[in-house]
Design a protein around this ligand. Sequence first.
Ligand code: B12
Ligand code: SF4
Ligand code: SF4
Length: 256
Amino acid sequence: MVVLENYLPAERLPGTGGRGQGGSVKVAKYGRGTDYHRALKARLELLAAWLCEQGATIAHPWTDSGPVPERELAQRAGLGWIGKNTMLIRPGSGSFCFIGTVFTDLPLEPSPAADLDRCGSCTRCLDGCPTEAFVEPRVLDATRCISYLTIESGLPIPDSLADRLEGWAFGCDICNDICPWNVRFAEPSGRPEYQDRGAIGSDDPDFFEQMTPAEFAARFGDTPLERSGLPGMRRNWRAAFRSRRSGHRWAGGARA
Ligand code: B12
Ligand code: SF4
Ligand code: SF4
């Protein structure tokens, strides 16, 4: 079983200044509330328990935590198509959604795969990426993606890319914000876990420098920022501020 869960925080919609929080350093939308690995996993466990009540002997939930090709499975389950920005896009609601799966042995009627590609001739995401991370449509060089550089990589951000962060300090939403399917259809999530907690209430360049590990754990221990950790967020925060001062604005193509 494959499910999508909307995570768009209510306070700002794409296309209405949604490319970050005003003039401040930016944290990706999915990073501003509770870690979805906890929130969505808890709901998937309820679904798994229900499948067991229906007779399943196997019902194992996954979300972003195992060797599961989640976008491919979502496409095969008929939930949408994989856009040129490599995101699963659901017609009529966009791509600000997480993907969850439950692997089960309960015999279920398969839903038809989504045989669609509604990107057409659009190239907004490819043109809009400030680090030119797309090698071609649907092919991402992850090592150039701001999301990788600020979340997954434990290394310093290479100088050649650091001045292109455009203020992003954790993840990046540009290729989602810019997508017409989000601009037109994305609605805020009703889930309280994904709303902006306001834990980063400050546009202070020393915000993380001054923080102790205990304070970081108390504020961000159950949020996605925990993955970068305090040293990672210090690195990101400094780089994001520097990139704002560099004034880099990608001129490679059309932008929202
Ligand atoms: C690695 C990873 C990243 C990397 C690389 C992303 C990439 N585009 O490759 C980085 C760190 C850059 C990243 C960034 C982000 N990510 Co990420 N990421 C993942 C992760 C953990 C694994 C993806 C992967 O490489 N899988 C292995 C490949 C082989 O499988 P695949 O994903 O299905 O894709 C391939 C197959 O479909 C294959 N294929 C085609 N035909 C067939 C046939 C068969 C039989 C098979 C098996 C495969 C196959 O072609 C596809 C392309 O190569 C997934 C979670 C997951 N487990 O899927 C989240 C996931 C893709 N990320 C997600 C999100 C939200 C993001 C960000 C938006 C976060 C942010 N705001 O910063 C950004 C977006 C950047 C972007 N444009 O991609 C969501 C996407 C939700 C959606 N609606 O699509 C996921 C699904 C997590 C989740 N559970 O919700 N991410
Ligand atoms: S998330 Fe940002 S850096 Fe990564 S591919 Fe999309 S626009 Fe480029
Ligand atoms: S911005 Fe355009 S090309 Fe990119 S995923 Fe959205 S519709 Fe497809």
